[in-house]
Design a protein around this ligand. Structure first.
Ligand SMILES: [Zn+2]
Length: 233
C-alpha cells in the first residue's frame, strides 16, 4: 500500500499518527506521513517516531522501492508492523526548507533562464541557470527583497492532464513544463509571479521567507551560472 502523503495538501502539519505497514533495513513504512522524502532538490525530513514502549530518531526520509521510507538511526529499535505510531517532524529545519524552497521559485522568476539543477538546505540553497550573461547580484537581491515585501500568496492545486489539454493558455504561462503520464499534476502558484509544476513544500506567502540575500555567483562552465541564496535569520 502506498503511503498517503499528507504534506502535499498541508505542508504545515508538524506531526501525525499512523500505522506501520512494513519495515525494512532500519526503515519504516506507514499508511500516512507528514515526512517529505528527498526529491526535487529538497532534503528528506528528519524527526522522531514513537509508539507504545518505544521511540526512535528518523535521520532521513527517502523513496525506497517507490514508497516513502523513514530511515532510522543506526541501531535504533524498530516498531512492529501494524503498530500505531506518532511521527513528529524536526519542524524548525523543515520550515527553513519551506522558506528556502519558496525563495528558489522567486529567484527562478527573476532570472528567467532554463534551470539545470538546484539544491536546498537549511543554511544555503542554489540554483544553476543555463545562461552566459553576467548576474547583477545587487539587482537580483533587490528584486528578491521586493517580491518578499509584496507578500504574494502561495498556493498548490492538483490539475488533471485533460484539464491541462483543455487550457493551452495555462500551459503557456508555466515557467516549467509539466511532466506527463501520471494522470494529475501538482501546480504551485505564487500569485502574479510564478506558476509551475512542483511537488515540494512551500510557505503560504512570500513574506514568510523573511530576509533573504544572494550569496556567491559561480561560473560553472561557459553556459552555467550557479546562484547561491541565504536566509538571514
Ligand atoms: Zn516548489
Amino acid at each position: 500500500m502506498k503511503t498517503k502523503e499528507l504534506f502535499r495538501d498541508d505542508s504545515y502539519l508538524k506531526s501525525c499518527t499512523a500505522t506501520v505497514t512494513a519495515t525494512g533495513d532500519n526503515c519504516v513504512f506507514v499508511d500516512q506521513t507528514v515526512f517529505y522524502p528527498l526529491g526535487g532538490g529538497q532534503p528528506g525530513d528528519t524527526g522522531t517516531i514513537s509508539w507504545d514502549g518505544g521511540k526512535a530518531r528518523i535521520v532521513d526520509t527517502r523513496y525506497v522501492d517507490g514508497d516513502i521510507g523513514h530511515i532510522l538511526e543506526d541501531g535504533a529499535e524498530c516498531p512492529a508492523v501494524t503498530a500505531n505510531v506518532e511521527l513528529a517532524l524536526d519542524w524548525d529545519r523543515r520550515y527553513v526548507h519551506m522558506r528556502m524552497h519558496t525563495a528558489m521559485h522567486l529567484l527562478g522568476s527573476i532570472l528567467q533562464y532554463g534551470v539545470t539543477g538546484g539544491n536546498i538546505s537549511a543554511t544555503k540553497s542554489r540554483l544553476d541557470f543555463d545562461m552566459t550573461d553576467t548576474v547583477d547580484k545587487e539587482a537580483v537581491s533587490r528584486a528578491l527583497a521586493a517580491l518578499v515585501e509584496e507578500d504574494h500568496s502561495v498556493s498548490c492545486r492538483w490539475i488533471s492532464e485533460e484539464e491541462l489539454d483543455e487550457n493551452p493558455e495555462l500551459v503557456r504561462t508555466m515557467s516549467v513544463q509539466p511532466p506527463r503520464g501520471r494522470g494529475s499534476i501538482r501546480l504551485l502558484e505564487i500569485e502574479g509571479v510564478d506558476l509551475q509544476p512542483c511537488g515540494g513544500t512551500h510557505v503560504h506567502s512570500t513574506a514568510e521567507i523573511g530576509a533573504v540575500r544572494i550569496g556567491k555567483v559561480e561560473k560553472k562552465g561557459r553556459q552555467n551560472r550557479r546562484v547561491n541564496i541565504h536566509l538571514d535569520e
